[in-house]
Ligand binder design. Sequence first.
Ligand code: 4NP
Length: 154
Amino acid sequence: MINVLFVCLGNICRSPMGEAVLRHKAQERGLGAQIRVDSAGTGDWHIGKPPHEGTLKQLKLHGISGKGLKARQIGERDFEAFDYIVCMDDSNERNLRKLAGGAHVDILKFMDLLPQEKLREVPDPYYTGNFAETYRLMDAGCEALLDKIAEEKL
Ligand code: 4NP
């Protein structure tokens, strides 16, 4: 089993969208039983909440289930439990590296999956309101992540 965790700040906009999109694409490739996907936030404000309505609207628009998505905060044990931790921006990355200590896990930046894009961080739609942009990036980046996982681990 390959374990993938998406991380953003609140775990209600970007990372739950990534979670739902990657799970959907893994199932489409017949890898649903081999890849476990989860998401978490570095912050604690929205623990237990469903995703932002903008995230749910994009998922629905693209025929992707948002069922079961519920915000949680990252914890120490996540650094042991996941093979890939994929964060959305530089601030997430700094926070993760502080929390990780010496744990051996790959911390990736989502936009490093998309080197052809000018953006180097996933803009936060909580502030920009542009959830369609978030979806476009999650769609392309999750394809690239599945290619990477297939190459490295499967
Ligand atoms: P996310 O967006 O990190 O993509 O889930 C945010 C959600 C909530 C807040 C900030 C960013 N907030 O400050 O409550």
